[in-house]
Design a binder for this molecule. Structure first.
Ligand SMILES: [Zn+2]
Ligand SMILES: [Zn+2]
Length: 317
């Protein structure tokens, strides 16, 4: 978005005035981390590719994020659902339940935390309950080699229903939460549980012409793909714009993205999910996603919903 448009709609929000010149309004343009424009990041990890807690805290503050949800991994186990251990630590060495809870308790103004466990472990519901009772606000990131409409996922959904928290799911063809074309079954079985879609196969399927083997398609989007339909047809389906996949879904076809952000304005959530230490410039996906949402949102209401309001409501923050 050009300077004139971005500033004038911010000014409109602040003072109700329109039509001011770019020069006159520059002074009023708020910094991204301005306290009256809070941002909620729904997707970060501790120990992400061995990044230290100190670097994570600094990264989030540099990005201008006011509240961050820390998503834990499940316990390390060698079984099919973790690809015999290769996907332990969410396949990125990330910290588990204790790790995210401890950091959130250490920085209560910066962080909230989730609860997680390997989907098909017999003790999974009990482990989730332990951390939900301790204040976890979401279950996830569910990133395990199971079908997304399997009894394993349904067991997790039962816990989510009981504790009234959303479930965040990483969809990746032939690898995690398989069978996205059948995910409507889970949504229909648990109408009171909110599910948040994330990752390559979730975002690839905004396109009706999507080829399931592709992870980061670059072609123009034909609206009406599986993801578009799930968001339209199911009130309990949400989308997490984090990571290279969320960013690619917008950059591959910006014209489509403007309309997509508009029509799913109440369902989309900002997340970063980047492992860098910088927290700014092109090397930090989270900050690029942030500026892309700001640029492609048609108005300030849509931007605020995606960067803050939807998450506050969904996680009852
Ligand atoms: Zn993640
Ligand atoms: Zn980053």
């Amino acid at each position: 978005m050009n300077c004139q448009r971005q500033i004038s709609r911010r000014r409109f929000l602040v003072s109700g005035l329109v039509g001011a010149t770019c020069m006159a309004t520059h002074a009023e343009q708020k910094a991204p981390n301005s306290p009256d424009e809070p941002v909620i990041d729904i997707h970060q990890h501790t120990n992400y590719l061995f990044r230290s807690n100190k670097k994570l805290v600094d990264h989030q503050r540099t990005m201008g994020v006011s509240t961050t949800l820390l998503l834990p991994a499940g316990r390390p186990v060698n079984r099919e659902s973790t690809h015999q251990g290769k996907s332990n630590g969410l396949a990125a060495k990330t910290g588990g339940n204790e790790s995210v809870m401890l950091l959130a308790k250490q920085y209560p103004d910066d962080f909230r935390f989730g609860a997680n466990e390997v989907t098909d472990l017999p003790g999974a519901p009990k482990e989730l309950e332990k951390y939900l009772k301790a204040g976890a606000v979401v279950i996830g990131e569910q990133k395990f080699n199971v079908d997304c409409d399997s009894p394993h996922i349904w067991k997790i959904a039962e816990v989510a229903r009981e504790y009234n928290v959303p479930v965040l799911m990483h969809f990746q063809h032939n690898a995690y939460n398989k069978g996205i074309e059948r995910f409507h079954r889970t949504l229909e079985k648990f109408p009171t549980v909110k599910f948040i879609g994330h990752a390559q196969t979730w975002w690839g399927n905004i396109d009706k012409a999507h080829k399931q083997e592709l992870m980061y398609p670059k072609t123009k989007v034909t609206p009406g793909g599986i993801t578009d339909k799930l968001l339209t047809d199911h009130p309990n389906m949400y989308g997490d714009l984090s990571a290279g996949s969320g960013l690619n879904s917008m950059l591959r076809d910006e014209e489509h993205a403007r309309e997509f952000l508009d029509r799913h304005r109440n369902k989309l959530l900002y997340g970063s999910d980047c492992p860098d230490a910088a927290g700014r410039t092109a090397g930090c996906k989270g900050s690029v996603i942030l500026s892309t949402v700001r640029r492609l949102s048609k108005d300030n209401t849509i931007e605020r919903k995606i960067l803050h309001d939807n998450a506050r409501k969904l996680f009852r923050l």
